[in-house]
Structure formats: C-alpha cells, structure tokens
Design a protein around this ligand. Sequence first.
Ligand code: SAM
Length: 309
Amino acid sequence: MVLPRLPSIRELIKLYGLSAKSQLSQNFILDKNITDKIVRCASLSANVPLVVEVGPGPGLLTRSILDAGVKNMVAVEKDDRFQPTLRQLGEASESRLKVIQGNMLEISHQSILDKAQIDAATSPLHIMGNLPFNVATPLLLQWLHLLAGRQGLFGVSPHGAVMTLMFQKEVGDRLAAKASTGHRGRLAIMAQSLCDVEEVYRVPASVFVPKPKVDASVIQLVPKANPFSDHQDAYLTLENVLRYYFTKRRKTVGHITRRLAKEMPQSKQVLEELEDTLDFKARPEDLTTDQFGEIARRLHENGTIELPL
Ligand code: SAM
C-alpha cells in the first residue's frame, strides 16, 4: 500500500500557519525517522485489536503506526484544518485508518469503538498520542479513572489499553518517579497504582516544529493485571488519600495519619494499625505506590471514599 505524499514542512507551515499556532502548543514532528522510532519504542504488534491515536495533526506518527502493519486504527483530531490530509490518508490506508473530528476530552469512547467496529478483544488496545502538553495530563487523569473501572476504551479487553504518550519531560519524570526521588508526587502514585510506567524515549526539543522550550519524553503505561480488584471507588479513595497526604508533604506520615485519625474517628482503628506496616517517620514521597494502595484499600474496606480536605 502506498500512502500519499506528505506535504513538505514549508507547505505545512503555510497551510496551517504553524508558527502562529505555537501558543496552542501545536508542536509537530515532521521527521519520519523520529515517528518510526516512537512506534518501535511502543512495541506495537500488528495484531493489536485497535490503535487510537489522539491529536494526529498532519499525520506523520499516524503513517508510522500504519507502516507497522496495524489493521484497525482510529485517529481523533480536534482541529478541522487537518481533516482533508487525514481523510486522504484514511482512504489510502484501505480503511485501516478511520478519522474522527472531535475533542478527546469530551468525545464518547463508544463512538470511537463504533467507528472501529469493535466491542470486545482478548488483547489490550493501544492509545498513542503526541498531545498538546496542557491536554495530555487532564486526559491521562480521565483515562486512569476509566481504566480503574474498566470502562470505555479500557473496557474492551480485560487487559485495558496500553498507553504510549508524549509528555513534557518534567511531567514524564513525575509520572515515572520512584519513591524517595525528587519528582515523586501524586501523579506518579496514581499512574503507578494502575500501570507499569516507563520512559521509553527521550525526545529533544529540536525535533519539534516549532521548537518548544523543553524536551519531551514518551511514556508507556501498561495496565497492571488486577488493580484494586477492578474497583473504581477504591481508586477514588486512593486519589483522596493522596490529596490528603501530599498537601501536607512536609510533615511525617505519622503526623498526617494521626491527624486523619482525629478527623475521621470512624477510621481511627484502621489508621492506627498502619503503624505496623508503614514507617511513620517517613515523608509522603518516601512511601511506595503499594503502601499508598494499602492505606486506600484499608480505608475503602472500612467504607471510606471521601476524606477531609
Ligand atoms: N501528532 C502530531 C505530531 O506529532 O506532529 C501533532 C502533535 S500536536 C502537539 C497536538 C495535536 O493534537 C494537534 O494537531 C492538535 O490540534 C490536537 N489536539 C489538541 N487538543 C486535542 C483534543 N482535545 N482532542 C483531539 N486532538 C487534540
């Protein structure tokens, strides 16, 4: 299959006014070697039941995904100026690529699944994207909720969906941060409670057009087998636990836990028992993801979802 010629960088800049749009964080990758490398790092199998690409823009990463032999792909792009190029690519792909114009933060996942004509799969779906940095984190947070409850794109396969996503390097560092390291915070624990998280590719700012101020990293999130026994509520409890502990991150775990016990007398006993398993002298960033998962699990089993602010 021969995909149509991609417009040159000069043509694209003229067509889309790229420099004018830099404030909208439209930083494009126009070097196919780089997009091919991203796809290689994603370890996409040709047998993946569906790849959803978010924010394909002019479609170079899209081409690399198709070149990897993917048979079923949906690209969701908000900006209507890219529709002609993407639709042309869709036609040349012999229906392997379908294009939806829409905002990924608002679109119903069912409409994507309908377009892809898929309702169940044994192996995980794959979500990929080089998104504007201000959209990538809210989207990931939304997806983690859906993953916890195995809903939407994450409910098609019992294994959920693997995500291979580009983030600003600093956000990538925060996502992949291990306990007791500089970038450790709520984001790392939320993501790592549900997924194995790994930086698979560091991308220098120089490969983007226009060039952003900072480097980027491609982060892969592979869902864990049995997060919270598939309980979305337990994940909500975890989020609330993290908010409580990390707004007091300068205090010790013991101080925070005792304060919480005072504020929630109904969970006093559960919280006091934590002293047997947690280092009460540690700070929140020193606890492992499993340890926070254990706090959330115990509180959730005791009927707690909401926590005091
Ligand atoms: N994937 C292309 C690349 O690597 O060159 C484009 C990357 S550019 C950083 C981000 C793309 O996401 C833009 O094409 C933008 O229009 C699109 N986009 C922004 N917000 C979106 C949203 N909420 N839903 C879908 N697409 C979005």
